[in-house]
Design a protein around this ligand. Structure first.
Ligand code: SAM
Length: 289
């Protein structure tokens, strides 16, 4: 189903359309199958309000018909819209600043030395949302090594949601949101635009970052090894089995001694905890024995 078939209906109709427990479970099942995301019953209200907008766009006045659509073979495109509507994309430049301090103090110095000697350095921001996280990584690297973009250093940034990736590719942010970027880096690497309320990531920063679509719960095309993986505030939405499997996959693609940085309310558990050892607040290091 493409946009051509979408027709607006009065807001009141879609808003008043009830989402029954059964239809909520159908939606939750599709979301889980597609993206590993667990939607507890407590989220029914949230799903109702966010998906009412989709029903309105499609000119539908019935959640049963909507569920039939997302469950059908031809419903792939709408499943993408549904996923985008139901996922949380909240992020910030230099969010959880202790990780950036750890990068500067312990993680990056040996890696940047390697790059200076002509070696390869790979970082991955998995679940990068609108780009603030990978650009914060790039800005940290540039503050320590201004010619980093000319060396073999790359930051892969991936997300399942094409809308957030489009924002990351544009590289335009509100001047307000850029205030959490350290002043020296902001002055050097973030450009003003004609609109005083908006700034743009400069080319030097963008050259370090490669943005790609990737569903973390499907097969990954890249093999690594990665020296650093940021996967923060993403797995918290997944069920336990999916989280356990993901920790193992991250451990597999990490280089020996590689780092995994995770969100403040997440923790590594299961078999991966044998190889991923705590190395700071929500920081883990691969130890191969
Ligand atoms: C809350 S944001 C986290 C952004 C950033 N890592 C941070 O901590 O600021 C979560 C992101 O995970 C993405 N996501 C959810 N399920 C995913 C999946 N199965 N594969 C890849 N990305 C996923 C969402 O699209 C969203 O952009």
């Amino acid at each position: 189903m493409g946009l051509a078939r979408e027709k607006p209906v009065p807001a009141a109709i879609a808003q008043d359309t009830p989402l029954s427990p059964e239809n909520f479970r159908r939606i939750a099942r599709v979301l889980h199958e597609d993206a590993g995301i667990a939607m507890p019953d407590a989220k029914r209200q949230l799903a109702h309000s966010r998906l009412s907008k989709r029903l309105r766009r499609l000119g539908m006045d019935d959640f049963t018909a909507y569920c039939d659509l997302v469950e059908s073979k031809g419903g792939a495109e709408e499943r993408g819209h549904m996923l985008a509507a139901l996922t949380t994309n909240v992020t910030r430049f230099f969010r959880e600043p202790h990780h950036f301090e750890l990068l500067e103090k312990s993680v990056l110095p040996p890696l940047l030395d390697r790059a200076r000697r002509g070696g390869r350095v790979r970082l991955w921001s998995a679940g990068c949302s609108t780009g603030e996280e990978p650009y914060s990584l790039a800005l940290t690297i540039l503050s320590m090594l201004p010619n980093a973009a000319d060396l073999d250093i790359r930051i892969l940034a991936t997300d399942i949601d094409p809308n957030v990736l489009a924002t990351a590719r544009r590289g335009l942010y509100t001047a307000r949101s850029a205030e959490t970027i350290p002043e020296r880096s902001r002055k050097r690497y973030v450009e003003n635009t004609d609109d005083p309320g908006q700034v743009r990531m400069g080319d030097t920063v963008r050259r370090l970052v490669t943005l790609n679509g990737l569903n973390l719960v499907r097969r990954w095309p890249m093999k690594g090894p990665f020296d650093v993986i940021f996967c923060r505030n993403v797995v918290i939405y997944f069920d336990e089995a999916t989280q356990r499997a993901l920790w193992q996959e991250f451990a597999r693609v990490l280089a020996p001694d590689g780092w995994l940085l995770i969100g403040h309310s997440e923790r590594v558990f299961g078999p991966a905890a044998q190889t991923l050892r705590t190395a700071g607040i929500t920081a883990y290091r691969k130890t191969v024995r």
